[in-house]
Design a protein around this ligand. Structure first.
Ligand code: ADP
Ligand code: ZN
Length: 612
């Protein structure tokens, strides 16, 4: 246990947040806007904190909760998330507990008693529990340091994480006007932000907006050609690392996990069709073992705090840039190099359009969804920096190309493709604007398939006018032309292509069109600048010691039934391996080693460093 002086003060005065950061968390300095936020909230102010995943939101309420007198109450929508945070805090010597439906009544009563007695630094609670009369009156009698409302975007009806109880949280303001409230989210868009302020009554509070860039994540996007081989090439570069692979359907999740297992990886499936027990078991293994690959639908991910997810793959197109950003954002929370890989094909686009069109949402909503899809296709087809395109979608400007995405690392040459585009557009027109890319390309290539002859398309003027270009190249041209808005994919979702108004100047020769020169499918990895980023140490001796420390960490974690990262993060172990501390004092200087961990684990890790 750390000295009592660094636990939440009971005497009514505040501690210095910088001291809390150093002694409890073992960190030297606040990051980004943390210092401002912590000062504001410790001083009693309300705030909305918008920070990307991995930005360090938890410290923004944990430090003030410890610095101020009383218990910090954290509203959190997911039991798994609470559980994880409580485990991590207890490792730090913080008196944390969670209150939710997973507790037996006598356990819940115990937690409530501890709250009433002022024995808790932090209490995580599910919104529905918080809103009960019983709990509210319990709070009335307790000393409260602050209210933190985590995943605050859950108040938004349009988001997929909508939680109606979140809207009733304004009651906190009414009942406890003098307790500071802090809402936090990693959702970037303006409308959601405004909704949070309005719904949670935070008009008087300050808004802290951070950049949503995730510089340690490398983005790669490739046309889908031979997905299985493309995936294998990518995974080969991520041997032994933990990652997530997203698929659109449950069947594909199962099939992919099976293939990966047969290839010698530890891959587990996760989707809503599995029973709760299997899902919980697979999630637990993903968190507690190292190097597990989770193959999942989007049912997996929210509330997963695992900091060392080294890669995220999308085998199918996500729904929008927001979804892509959120899902890829689960990689590299710990700030170490991580890589993402998206495979996309025109068929996926058609499928997604069909989803949108078949839904019973109002037309205006459908138009918004279509617009989002178009923006996503634009991101997939861009020849410029992916990060730049993505951030500009969130109204943020990148000063220069990032140097850490595929288009930056392997720049794409472009050429004047106007003539190709004209041929494609007239072929779409001549075939009646109702066929998909496959058929149109057959006509361009002059392939007299059954379908082509059946419709008499072997007799039209565009038959065979494109036979100097390969099929793959034509397909790439179709995708780019769709992404430029010159062709649209039909609303019934069968993939039929039709002309848009924007294509007129191109057909008349008044507008030139630049296309990407390299249409061949790239391997996931190219030599040189394209080598997969690695979270590893340069010196092989350090790397060997690092692996040894990891093994020790895993052993200690297993004995306690907790995930390894709640003991020490990879970055902390790396620093240990590099610095090789010789004394407890030197050990305590390592980032991520607070007083509780120094006392608890210091001797064992020191011994391992000495031997190594
Ligand atoms: P978020 O909730 O915003 O996704 P977390 O609170 O989980 O992010 O923090 C992400 C990672 O960064 C964690 O591993 C955390 O320990 C680390 N971290 C946060 N703030 C600091 C800091 N000031 N110094 C060092 N590490 C930090
Ligand atoms: Zn870039």
């Amino acid at each position: 246990m750390p000295p009592d002086s660094f636990l939440a003060p009971q005497d009514g005065r505040s501690r210095d947040p910088a001291d809390v950061l150093r002694h409890v968390f073992g960190y030297e300095a606040f990051r980004g806007r943390q210092a401002e936020i912590v000062a504001h909230v410790t001083g009693g102010g309300d705030a909305l904190v918008l920070m990307p995943t991995g930005g360090g939101k938890s410290l923004c309420y944990q430090v003030p909760a410890l610095a101020r007198a009383g218990t910090g109450i954290v509203v959190s929508p997911l039991i798994a998330l609470m559980h994880d945070q409580v485990q991590a805090l207890r490792q730090l010597g913080v008196k944390a507990a969670a209150l939710n439906s997973s507790l037996a009544p006598h356990e819940a009563r115990q937690v409530e008693r501890a709250l009433a007695m002022g024995e808790l630094d932090l209490l995580y609670v599910a919104p529905e529990r918080l809103l009960t009369d019983g709990f509210l009156s319990l709070l009335q009698g307790a000393r409260i340091a602050l209210f933190a409302i985590d995943e605050a975007h859950c108040v938004s009806q349009w988001g997929h994480d909508f939680r109606p109880e979140y809207r009733q949280l304004t009651i906190l303001h009414e009942r406890f006007p003098s307790v500071p409230r802090l809402a936090l989210t990693a959702t970037a868009d303006g409308p959601t932000r405004r909704e949070i302020v309005e719904r949670l009554g935070l008009e008087e509070g300050r808004v802290f907006l951070s950049s949503f860039d995730r510089p340690n994540i490398r983005y790669r996007i490739s046309p889908k050609a031979q997905p299985r081989q493309q995936l294998r090439a990518f995974l080969d570069a991520h041997e032994g690392e933990a990652g997530i692979i997203y698929c659109m359907s449950r069947a594909k999740v199962e099939a992919t996990a099976e293939i990966l297992n047969s290839e010698g990886r530890v891959a587990l499936p996760y989707h809503a069709g599995l029973d709760a027990q299997t899902r919980a078991r697979n999630q637990d293994r993903f968190l507690k073992e190292e190097g597990v690959v989770m193959v999942a639908t989007i049912a997996f991910g929210m509330g997963i705090d695992k900091p060392d997810v080294r890669f995220v793959v999308h085998l199918d197109l996500p729904k929008s840039i927001e979804s892509y950003y959120q899902e890829t954002g689960r990689a590299g929370r710990d700030g170490l190099p991580s890589e993402t890989f998206l495979l996309y094909g025109m068929e996926d686009v058609a499928k997604l359009i069909q989803f949108v069109e078949a839904s019973d949402a109002p037309d205006a909503r459908k138009r918004v969804e279509r617009g989002k899809l178009d923006a996503l296709i634009g991101l997939c087809e861009t020849a410029s920096c992916r990060r730049g395109v993505m951030l500009s979608y969130f109204d943020e400007q990148l000063d220069e190309p990032c140097g850490n995405c595929d288009t930056c690392l392997e720049p794409v040459r472009t050429y004047d493709g106007t003539e190709h585009v004209q041929k494609l557009l007239s072929c779409v027109y001549r075939t009646g604007e109702r066929f998909g890319a496959g058929h149109v390309v057959d006509v361009l290539l002059g392939n007299a398939t059954d379908k082509v002859t059946k419709f008499g398309h072997d007799t039209i003027s565009t038959f065979g006018i494109g036979n100097s270009v390969s099929r793959d190249e034509w397909r790439a041209i179709v995708r780019q032309v769709v992404s430029l808005g010159l062709l649209s994919v039909d609303v019934e979702g069968h993939g039929g292509l039709s002309l848009t108004a924007a294509c007129r100047p191109v057909l008349r020769g008044e507008r030139r069109v630049e296309l990407k020169a390299e249409t061949r499918v790239r391997a996931a990895r190219v030599s040189g600048g394209g080598r997969a980023p690695k979270a590893a140490l340069e010196d092989p001796r350090d790397e060997a010691l690092y692996q040894k420390l990891r093994a020790l960490r895993l052993e200690l974690a297993r004995a306690q039934g907790v995930p390894p990262y709640v003991i020490f993060h990879d970055a902390t172990l790396m620093e240990m391996a590099r610095i090789r501390p010789r004394s407890l004092a030197a050990f305590g200087d390592i980032s991520g080693v607070g007083e509780a961990k120094l006392e608890r684990y210091g001797p064992q890790f020191l011994a391992a460093v000495k031997e190594g």
